[in-house]
Design a protein around this ligand. Structure first.
Ligand code: DNO
Length: 395
């Protein structure tokens, strides 16, 4: 398996030289500055690639191996194959990336909001902080701040009463902070920051899109883009929904093994792959992660490895240290390593230690939420330990 590290670009607090010190050799990055929907040019990709791959004297080389992500515009999620211009632009970006020799592209199909949390700095017993999703606080935002049409139908009476009590107990500043976290689009999100009224408008645009419809739109998108990907030996990897269930009354269709099976059945192309994210999928107790890794092994080209702990209410969760949560990471890695051994060197799985606690010096520094250096490095070191024990030295 190839050791990856997500790098947010030249302005990010974690530099490429920092990445070298972690031991990771494969960079995961994107042209985050390009507006969603605009085709990437080969020149732009090459320029970013030169930053990554020009190695200062005496330093170890880095390779840009994965693009995470080329965002999929709303028009595609809402109208599928009818969004011809947007799909053509996405294919142009794919071709620009492939022309530079980058062969793995990650994307997701979550409408309106990408990954969602309610707290960025939840203090864990070690003193390090973690990201957290608190269902009651989330519901309080949904019911009493966003207050979208029909919102009450998505919560039981008991849920609504609890959310009301939580809302009443929170200060305005606390509610404003949750609103900011939910609407601001967390780092790497493929959706845009929104105001609350803008959020309502976006939701209204999805009024007629149910899960069946959204899945059909993704299938139409895949049918349109996989021929280009296949011709260029590019693997497209669909990131799961985070958290893996509908939010804000919006359907989500990459949350379970059945969801992925439906997509692989409809579009069997070898380019139709999966980004195996243990942190996202692991939030559902009914997702058997080693089983999913085994079942879809040949489709997995990219893995996000991190752990979450489900809390007592079954809906809230927080991010644990990489080996401490609900996921059996050793069992997952056994499956991924077994698959990796079947592959040629240029097609091995790229993994990255996903997210990380904010700890030690990072508690005082400006960090990218979810992506501090030290917490991710701790995770990577632990994952590497497992790989060594499995006699699968990463490269
Ligand atoms: C968060 C990430 C997401 C992910 C995209 C994939 O940490 O997992 O930003 O990159 O949803 O397209």
């Amino acid at each position: 398996m190839r050791q990856g590290w997500r790098w947010f670009g030249p302005d990010a607090p974690v530099t490429l030289d920092d990445v070298r010190q972690t031991g990771a050799t494969n960079i995961v990055s994107a042209l985050h500055q390009v507006p969603i929907g605009r085709a990437w040019t080969e020149g732009e990709v090459r320029q970013r690639q030169a930053l990554i791959e020009t190695t200062p004297a005496g330093r170890s080389p880095l390779t840009w191996s994965v693009v995470e992500s080329i965002p999929i515009p709303d028009a595609v999620k809402r109208t599928g194959g009818k969004a011809k211009a947007e799909i053509a632009a996405w294919i142009a970006s794919l071709e620009a990336v492939a022309a530079c020799g980058i062969k793995i592209i990650c994307y997701n199909f979550m409408p309106v909001v990408d990954w969602t949390r309610t707290e960025l700095d939840f203090v864990t017993p070690t003193g390090a902080t973690a990201m957290r999703f608190d269902h009651e606080r989330f519901a309080a935002f949904d019911l009493f701040v966003l207050n979208r049409p029909g919102v009450e139908n998505d919560y039981s009476e008991a849920d609504r009463a609890r959310a009301k009590a939580v809302h009443d107990s929170m200060t305005e500043a606390e509610m404003a902070e949750i609103t900011r976290i939910i609407t601001s689009a967390l780092p790497g999100s493929t959706t845009e920051p929104m105001t609350v009224p803008g959020f309502r408008e976006k939701l209204a645009a999805y009024d007629c899109v149910d899960a069946k419809h959204l899945r059909q739109n993704l299938i139409e998108f895949l049918k349109a883009v996989t021929p280009a990907a296949e011709a260029l030996d590019v693997k497209l990897t669909l990131h799961p929904d985070d958290p893996p269930r509908p939010l804000f009354g919006l359907p989500r269709i990459a949350s379970t093994a059945d969801d992925y099976a439906a997509l692989f059945d409809a579009v069997p192309s070898a380019a139709n792959g999966m980004c195996f994210c243990t942190g996202s999928l692991g939030v559902r107790a009914d997702n058997d992660l080693p089983g999913i890794a085994r079942r879809f092994a040949s489709r997995i080209h990219f893995a996000h490895l991190r752990a979450t702990t489900r809390e007592g209410d079954g809906r809230s969760f927080h991010e644990s240290a990489h080996l401490d949560g609900d996921v059996d990471m050793v069992a997952v890695l056994k499956e991924l390593v077994a698959e990796d051994r079947r592959r040629s060197p240029q097609h091995t799985i790229v993994f990255r230690s996903d997210h990380g606690h904010r700890m030690l010096d990072d508690l005082e520094k400006t960090v990218t939420p979810g992506y501090p250096a030290i917490g991710r490095l701790r995770g990577l070191a632990e994952l590497r330990g497992i790989l060594h024990a499995l006699d699968a030295r990463p490269n």
